[in-house]
Design a protein around this ligand. Structure first.
Ligand code: DHB
Ligand code: FE
Length: 280
């Protein structure tokens, strides 16, 4: 049977991708950030997942404001890096796992989560930057990736509670897949940041740290936090944090916190990162 062994969360700041692609990770501004992911690269090299379910948000790259799925699952064989205005990132094409993705889509929909099924989609920094942080610059990504996109760009995004329950449903779906696969769920985006308006540049370390604590130790309480609290305390783009609740919902109530990293700033954003394991 397929099994979810762990969850990873990381921010997805596009400038991190540009630093990797342009050989700038050793510069004084970037070095402390990338140093914080050395342990994570080691962990994932040892964990060797067969498949990552990567919960992320598209930033009007694959979906424009003409079409806004709340939850979309990528069922294709592969997903090309999106051109976000400077050409596609020079990173490997993302290889999907259509059999598992279709199984998850079917089970989620029968479980009353009305997923949008995506058979062709380019993936932007929301998906590729977390892969770069965890795997560096390989010739090919070392495992299959199922993209699961959440709308957090156009109001209204799904509630944290809906995201948490989606994570639980993903777990049920994965654990009913007959093949022996080791699956890790990524929840990405965040942490506090606001890119526009009078509060542009907002960062709230206290909110971020409390979010990390509560997400790990009492996710059901974190799931009840309404949108307005995220937007007020963590900024308009801080709402990306609801995606971490999908990852957390896919894990046990009690998890082992393997690693935590928090760094301010990267570009305009507070960077947070967790590795959580299901107790064996
Ligand atoms: C930045 C952060 C994001 O989450 C994003 O999608 C775009 C830009 C930033 O901090 O620059
Ligand atoms: Fe973003």
């Amino acid at each position: 049977m397929a099994k979810i062994t762990a969850g990873v969360s990381t921010s997805h700041v596009p400038a991190i991708g540009a630093a990797v692609d342009n050989g700038r990770t050793g510069e004084p501004y970037w070095q402390p950030l990338f140093a914080g992911f050395e342990r994570s690269k080691q962990w994932i090299a040892e964990e060797k997942p067969d498949v990552i379910i990567l919960v992320y948000n598209d930033h009007a790259s694959a979906f424009s404001l003409e079409l806004i799925p709340t939850f979309a699952i990528g069922c294709a064989d592969e997903f090309a890096p999106a051109d976000e205005g400077w050409g596609p990132r020079p990173v490997p094409v993302v290889k999907g796992h259509p059999a598992l993705a279709w199984h998850i889509a079917e089970n989620l929909i029968l479980d009353e989560f009305d997923m949008t099924i995506v058979n062709k989609m380019d993936v932007d920094h929301g998906l590729t930057v977390p892969l770069s942080l965890m795997f560096g610059q390989p010739e090919a990504w070392p495992c299959k990736v199922i993209p699961l996109a959440v709308n957090v760009v156009q109001y209204p995004p799904p509630t944290g509670n809906r995201c948490f329950n989606l994570g639980k449903a993903i777990r049920r779906a994965v654990e009913s897949f007959p093949e022996d696969l080791k699956v890790v769920v990524f929840g990405t985006g965040g942490m506090s940041h606001q890119l526009q308006g009078p509060r542009a540049g907002l960062i709230n370390k206290e909110f971020d740290k409390a979010f990390l604590d509560t997400l790990v130790s009492d996710p059901a309480t974190q799931a009840k936090v309404p949108h307005v609290d995220y937007v007020r305390e963590a900024g308009s783009e801080g709402i990306e944090l609801v995606m971490w609740l999908v990852m957390r919902g896919a894990l046990d109530d009690k998890v082992n916190e393997v690693y935590r990293f928090y760094h301010v700033p990267a570009s305009n954003t507070a960077v947070g990162h967790l590795i959580l394991e299901n107790p064996r």
